[in-house]
Design a protein around this ligand. Sequence first.
Ligand code: HEM
Length: 394
Amino acid sequence: MSDTDTHSDTGGIDHLMLQPHEMWKQLRAQTPVQSVGVAPQTERETFMVLRHDDVERVLRDPDTFSSSIHHEMMGPVMGEAMIGMDGQEHRDHRDLVARAFRASALERWGTELIAPSIHSLLDDIAPLGRADLVHDITHQFPVQVIAGILGVPVHDYEQFQDWADGITGIAVDPERAAGASDALIAYMLPIIEDRRANPGDDLVSDLVTAEIDGKRLTDDRILSFFRLLIPAGAETTFRAMGNCLVALLTHPDQMARVVADRSLIPAVIEETLRWETSVTIISRNTTTETEISGCPIPNNAALLVMTSSANRDESHYERADEWDLDRPPENHLYFGTGRHQCLGMHLARLELRIGLDAVLERLPNLRLDPDAPPPEIEGFAFRSPPSIPVVFDA
Ligand code: HEM
């Protein structure tokens, strides 16, 4: 597709960066695997992969499609984080940290942390009858949960949000990203040292004491894990929750069904993650010359693996652009797939389920604010609504 096509079809580059679905749809139909040139950040020829089956194939072939590009992009602020590891090194590391996310830990976080966090946020707005659900709820809730999971005072969560924003923004502001990374290390090191001396029943203690076949995590690895975990946990789930709320509020008939039968909330979550995948791109790099659906890809190329496009691939889903609460459940690609599939996906689902349930319970007759512009989900690499103005019965 030429630049001219892009501009005339969708109304300019700024609009495209905010609303890329139509462009991705055209590309899926015309050139579903294509070079987009040499990216300045990685200095590699970069290919976009847009169709469901190609995305799945790439993510399930870690030998041909390596994750090491994450190190190149995020290494300066994340160190050696697991998301950029391959092969045995990744397996060993993942085995050591996965125990911290076991079912019994999730259950405890649900009752001791997730439910109290969302209810305390709702306590502040429930009497008001009017709110911005992004500013007042979703932007604060998952980062408070992550702060709590790391065993740090919940009132420090604003600091965590700032660091998470800083680290994920490395491409636009490397200086701020480096500052956020240093500050996070300085904050977490004494906590690691304390838990090593006095292990308790929390995630940091789990990580400092984890041992498999005599292998343990070094402080550097633990600090890298935190620098991955905080943005991974804070930046993604808040967007997904905003998207779920927009889906419900803009489909009032479906929302009435969910309010009457809250056992439908898991279906809301799965369909919304498919329809508006909050993390739209996964990066990979080739370790050899290869091809994807007939498109030759050289060795050392970078791939933009477009899960958001895959989740709307019309050759895989009927009426793919529609948000349909009754769509049969399926293993969509929003948490990735293969060896690096999101480690926090059960936590994310739990937060979303408890969070949405509490919002629907505590804010009766919840609806869009008729005096404010309707919310819009926007963004290219991350998608979510900047605000959701609502009214409800106080
Ligand atoms: C709706 C919310 C979330 C979405 C859409 C999401 C998405 C993803 C995706 C697509 C990957 C795969 C990256 C790759 O293959 O390179 C991933 C990996 C990861 N996610 Fe999530 N995530 C979410 C929430 C969370 C939460 C709450 C946590 C933890 C607190 C978390 C921690 C991680 C970690 C540690 C990895 C790296 C796994 C590995 O490399 O083996 N994520 N996430």
